[in-house]
Design a protein around this ligand. Structure first.
Ligand SMILES: Nc1nc2c(c(=O)[nH]1)N[C@H]1C(S)=C(S)[C@@H](COP(=O)(O)OP(=O)(O)OC[C@H]3O[C@@H](n4cnc5c(=O)[nH]c(N)nc54)[C@H](O)[C@@H]3O)O[C@H]1N2
Ligand SMILES: Nc1nc2c(c(=O)[nH]1)N[C@H]1C(S)=C(S)[C@@H](COP(=O)(O)OP(=O)(O)OC[C@H]3O[C@@H](n4cnc5c(=O)[nH]c(N)nc54)[C@H](O)[C@@H]3O)O[C@H]1N2
Ligand SMILES: [Mo]
Length: 771
């Protein structure tokens, strides 16, 4: 275990080396090399990594180091078979690490939990379906079932899933996006009338300035580094706002450029770097607008303008209220909350003003705070003032996480379905779906915890590890009469079973999916609203695995009946049938089957980009939100006593993980090797607490309830991070986040602002005493 500052650029030979190591680790080398070459190609599969889009140019490989890890992890030849479950009890498995659980390999056959023996035991598929049907049909209210989705599910699987749940009678669709970009969907739909980004990949080639807020593309969207470095090379300004110094936001060696690789050269990915306090982006942007407003007023005095007055008057509403609020916001608040100097904010405003086409991107550093919706609306305001929506080379770009999280939403995974969707379902399927709002993740977990929701079905994902307050979530699962997990790999959620529990092994994106009519394709949608086809390339490792669609139609047939409301089997036999139903039900999918044949797929369109504002007023809304009272998710100061070291903690991903999937214990770009129980701190804070690098600390979170939330023995790592802020990895730090600490309007866990105290590890002190 070691800590060594990383001096290289992102990408380059380090990435190639890591890719090769992961190839060997999967024990499927030859197959996986050919696999990687098919990633994101027209006749291949969509990368199960992130949702970044692709420009379709032939003859280039289209995977990155972390995409390669995702592919290798899924395409392993290791299998979890009945002997494994016979050997280990579930209680024993629950004591193992997340890495251990997933590393065992692909789930190979359906198993059912036996509480008497505490083992999972084999079960026939039909018996598994009957058990689910029995439990679902025994509920006194369909809203006692929760249908969770993780964003890898294809459009076809997700559409079948929502149809099954809606026919059953509920809108309980907790979704991974409730912990992810929910604030984005909420903020955007209430301002520009659509909850998606307005840019396409081509816009990045025309932008003069790209502002990146709260994201770490070097690890989480590595293919974006190429886009950023090429923008930089042609002279665009690329401006990062990040709470940490992230290597991928500094320099990148592109493995696609042989000369750069051979000369160990690299291209910067950003031209300017600002490090706001956690949650300080809203104040920073408010400061930029305040400067630009003053300049605009000055220009107006001389008959000019800086804002796009024509755009504002034709397309927006709410300008006056917002500008008065900007004027009324004191600089002291802006500087205090942003943690930036007035000079820095002025520099950011200068760059913004002197560009003509600006793109603003953001990810979890913006969406996982209490005031995330307001922060995103501040970004929207800035862009609207300058007419940056619906213009080539400009726009709003939330960078999505899971490879099909956006598509799942598009095809109906929505706990608050719009009336138009319900009407279409009624028209196409001849039943009236429930219009009452269902549960998001937070509400589902609360209902399970109270014993009100009794059946949990998970289409992928790992909710126990992904959600906050881990012991509470585990307890919520344990309360359920039945938990059902449709999954590729064993994880924490599976080893926290309900009173009855099933693990149903499914195909992943890389597997060949053969059904009655032959090999099937599925479709996915990227961050740029491009829909394209994906076909698996390798023979599944076990004949017992089934496709997600086959599993869902199996559940539907057993629960609802063969033909209710569709002939389920024909959907499983031929996925084009599902695409025909999507075409009839979801706008934008006209001639779906034909259009996915095009290279790179097709563009779903975006109403805001077309300057068509789907808001009640028919205009884009400029929202006047006050800055938050405090950057803590509650009045934390009131909960601390004198002498306690109060910090705001963010929880983020290492370079060797995919959400709760831990591929390894290194975080190369941050200089961490062989460990994950670390906490990144500013050197001055380390010194002020009398700590040294490598010391162990205990971290306790503050929340006005009686629950103790604490992690112990985390190693102190010095890092470029503002004083008062610290960072640790998720899922290890999830126990610190109270379920009740959630975003206003989004219910997203405040994973990037947790009020905590840090103390020297008691364990360490007691050891010292012994010495
Ligand atoms: N390899 C890999 N790829 C992934 C994933 C993965 O786990 N591994 N996960 C996928 C998913 S589901 C998602 S949602 C995305 C996540 O992609 P990211 O949003 O990049 O994920 P995080 O690791 O949470 O990183 C958050 C970044 O924001 C910064 N940050 C945190 N708080 C603040 C703040 O208040 N202000 C500012 N300005 N910066 C802040 C952090 O320092 C960090 O750089 O990636 C997707 N792609
Ligand atoms: N503290 C903290 N918590 C967070 C975050 C954070 O930044 N900080 N980030 C949040 C974010 S952005 C997200 S998106 C959530 C993620 O939450 P989830 O989507 O629930 O979690 P994942 O870790 O992506 O799920 C991994 C599991 O999915 C299954 N799986 C993988 N591929 C497939 C497939 O093709 N089909 C099926 N059926 N199953 C498959 C495997 O069994 C694997 O174990 O976590 C959130 N939690
Ligand atoms: Mo995500």
């Amino acid at each position: 275990m070691s800590y060594k500052q990383y001096s290289g650029s992102a990408g380059g030979w380090g990435a190639l080396k890591a890719t090769t190591q992961h190839l060997f680790k999967s024990q499927n080398v030859a197959k996986n090399i050919s696999n990687l070459l098919r990633t994101n190609q027209n006749d291949g599969f969509d990368c199960p990594g992130c949702a970044w889009g692709e420009k379709h140019v032939s003859g280039r490989f289209r995977f990155c180091e972390n995409g390669a890890k995702a592919v290798n992890w899924e395409a392993t030849s290791r299998l979890v078979e009945r002997d494994f479950f016979a050997e280990y009890t579930v209680s024993w498995l629950n004591k193992q690490s997340d890495y251990f659980l997933e590393y065992q390999g692909r789930l190979a056959e359906p198993v059912c939990y036996n509480p008497q023996t505490d083992h999972y035991e084999p079960i026939h598929w039909d018996d598994a379906f009957s058990l689910i049907a029995k439990h679902l049909n025994a509920l006194s209210d369909p809203n006692q079932a929760e249908f969770y989705t993780s964003g890898r599910a294809s459009n076809e699987a997700a559409f079948v899933y929502q149809l099954l749940a809606r026919r059953f009678g509920t809108n309980n669709f907790p979704d991974c996006s409730n912990m992810c970009h929910e604030a984005t969907s909420h903020a955007l739909s209430h301002t520009i009338g659509i909850g998606k980004g307005t840019v396409t990949i081509d816009d990045f080639e025309e932008a003069d300035a790209i502002f990146l807020f709260g994201q770490n593309p070097g690890t989480n969207h590595p293919r974006m580094l190429e886009t950023l470095s090429s923008a930089y090379r042609r002279g665009a300004r690329v401006v990062a706002f990040n709470n940490l110094k992230e290597r991928g936001l500094e320099r990148f060696t592109n493995p696609q450029r042989p000369l750069e690789m051979l000369s160990n050269g690299s291209t910067p990915t950003t031209s300017d770097y600002f490090m706001p306090k956690l949650g300080g982006d809203m104040a920073a942007v408010r400061g930029m607008v305040k400067i630009l407003l003053a300049r605009h007023q000055e220009a107006m005095n001389h008959g000019g303008a800086i804002f796009d007055l024509e755009f504002i008057s034709e397309h927006t509403q709410g300008l006056e209220a917002y500008l008065s609020l900007v004027e009324a916001t004191p600089w002291s608040d802006i500087l205090d909350q942003s943690g930036l100097t007035q000079d820095e904010i002025t520099r950011a405003a200068d760059i913004y003003q002197h560009a003509d086409r600006r793109i603003v991107t953001w990810a979890m550093g913006v969406t996982q705070h209490k005031h995330s919706v307001a922060t995103i609306q501040e970004l929207v305001n800035l862009q609207l003032l300058f007419g940056q929506v619906g213009k080539p080379g400009a726009g709003l770009c939330p960078v999505r996480g899971h490879s099909n999280v956006q598509g799942d939403r598009t095809v109906g995974i929505n706990e608050k379905p719009p009336q138009a969707l319900l009407d279409n379902i009624e028209r196409v399927f001849g039943f009236q779906p429930s219009a009452s709002h269902g549960h998001n993740v937070n509400q589902a977990l609360q209902a399970m915890r109270r014993g009100e929701s009794k059946v949990f079905i998970g289409l992928g994902g790992n909710l126990v590890a992904a959600a906050p307050d881990t012991p509470e979530v585990a307890a919520a699962m344990a309360q359920c009469e039945l938990t059902v997990h449709i999954a590729t790999k064993l994880n924490r959620t599976h080893v926290n079973p309900g009173k009855a529990s099933l693990i149903l092994p499914c195909f992943g994106r890389t597997d060949i999916d053969t059904q009655a009519t032959g090999e099937q394709q599925v479709t996915v949608e990227d961050s740029f609203s491009m829909v394209h086809a994906s076909s698996g390339q390798i023979t599944p490792g076990s004949e017992q695995m089934r496709s997600e669609v086959a599993i869902l139609t199996g559940i539907a047939k057993a629960t609802l009946g063969e033909d209710n409301p569709v002939h389920w089997q024909s959907l499983a036999d031929d996925y084009s049938e599902i695409r025909r139903l999507i075409e009839k039900t979801i706008p934008g999918f006209e001639q779906f089957g034909e259009r996915i044949k095009a290279s790179g797929g097709f563009y779903l369109g975006n109403s805001a980009r077309a300057l068509n504002w789907q808001t009640p007023s028919g205009k884009a809304q400029i929202k006047a939100n006050a800055l938050p009272q405090s950057l803590f998710p509650f009045d934390a100061q009131a909960c601390t006593s004198a002498g306690q070291n109060l910090f705001v903690l963010q929880t983020m991903r290492s370079h060797d993980q995919y959400n709760t999937t831990v591929y390894g214990y290194d975080d190369r770009y941050r200089g961490i090797f062989g460990e994950r129980e670390v906490v990144f701190m500013n050197e001055k804070d380390i010194a002020a607490m009398g700590l040294s690098v490598g010391d162990k600390v205990d971290i306790e979170s503050l929340w006005p309830d009686q629950t103790e939330r604490r992690i112990t023995g985390f190693k102190v790592i010095p890092y470029t991070i503002p004083q008062g802020n610290i960072a640790a990895y998720f899922p290890e730090a999830n126990v610190l986040i109270p379920l009740e600490s959630k975003g206003d309007g989004s219910d997203t866990p405040t994973s990037k602002s947790v009020a905590v105290t840090v103390t020297a590890s008691q364990l360490q002190e007691s050891l010292l005493k012994i010495v």
